[in-house]
Design a protein around this ligand. Structure first.
Ligand SMILES: [Zn+2]
Length: 275
């Protein structure tokens, strides 16, 4: 399995994964020309693009990708929010074959219309991709390659000078390092070979420390997907980042000072994605 990060973080997320036969994009949150460049201008070699939710840092180029002839896979809610329709828009609501991959969606916990995470199976290997999510509800045995959001630590959020509402939004919609560890502790890691940490917050994470802690816990190589400096520079020059869709303010308050209030334990009754 080959995983390449074209960009990770709030300036745009996009990854290419391949099992040696079928290449897929996970997200298309970068400007199209950056995606083309990251793919060596071989966009049409990609069999499809999975989009976890409609926020622009994940879906910015979805209309252009479709026009360029690449199929998009997402939830109905995501397609509706993006106003994307047509024969290249495939609703992902059940395990679906895309080339040599079997893609199984699961519901993510994020302030978007119908956010998803994905489990991708091929040739006895299993990749789990989390997208933006506060936690991961299903049990997912047999993961060999884990791509998971690790946005912040609670300590960094607590000590931050951010507005209380922004702190609460972050904790309720993005995954902390503590929750990543909770996920790893609650799931079978016997086949785990590689961990990618995604979407680190510039202000509330420490790349070296995140890598060290997860490597120590799992004993496998840990790669931190950072924003490509070249990509960030090019998109800033091209145009100012458009505002992200407004986040829901219906999210209930959490007490930031109390770890236990923010931590969502693994759900014992959650469905298991069979291995
Ligand atoms: Zn988002």
């Amino acid at each position: 399995m080959e995983i390449i990060s074209l960009g990770s973080g709030s300036t745009g997320n996009c990854y290419r994964v391949s099992d040696g036969h079928t290449a897929l994009l996970l997200e298309c949150g970068l400007p199209l020309r950056e995606i083309r460049r990251g793919l060596d201008f071989k966009l049409t070699d990609v069999e499809g693009c999975l989009v976890s939710h409609e926020h622009l840092d994940h879906a910015r180029s979805a209309p252009e990708i479709m026009k360029a002839g690449v199929d998009i896979y997402a939830s109905t809610g995501t397609f509706d929010a993006l106003s994307l329709f047509g024969h290249r828009a495939h609703v992902l609501d059940a395990p679906t074959r895309i080339g040599t991959w079997l893609v199984t969606p699961f519901a993510a916990e994020h302030d978007a219309a119908e956010p998803l995470g994905f489990v991708l199976d091929s040739g006895g290997e299993r990749l789990m991709y989390s997208g933006d999510t506060c936690f991961i509800r299903p049990k997912i045995p047999g993961i060999s390659h884990l791509m998971i959001e690790a946005n912040h630590t609670w300590e960094a959020i607590r000590g931050s000078d951010l507005d209380r509402s922004v702190k609460n939004r972050t904790i309720k919609t993005h995954m902390s390092l503590e929750t990543v560890k909770g996920f790893l502790a609650a799931n079978d890691r016997s086949r785990l070979r590689e961990v990618w940490l995604l979407h680190l917050s510039d202000r509330h994470s420490d790349e070296g420390e995140f890598r060290r802690q997860i490597q120590q816990m799992t004993g496998v190589p840990v790669i931190v997907a950072t924003t490509s400096a070249e990509t960030a520079h090019a998109s800033a020059r091209e145009r100012p980042s458009p505002p992200l869709p407004v986040c829901s303010d219906q999210v209930p308050d959490v007490v930031v000072a109390d770890d236990t209030a923010a931590f969502t334990p693994p759900d014992e009754d959650a469905p298991e994605i069979p291995w």
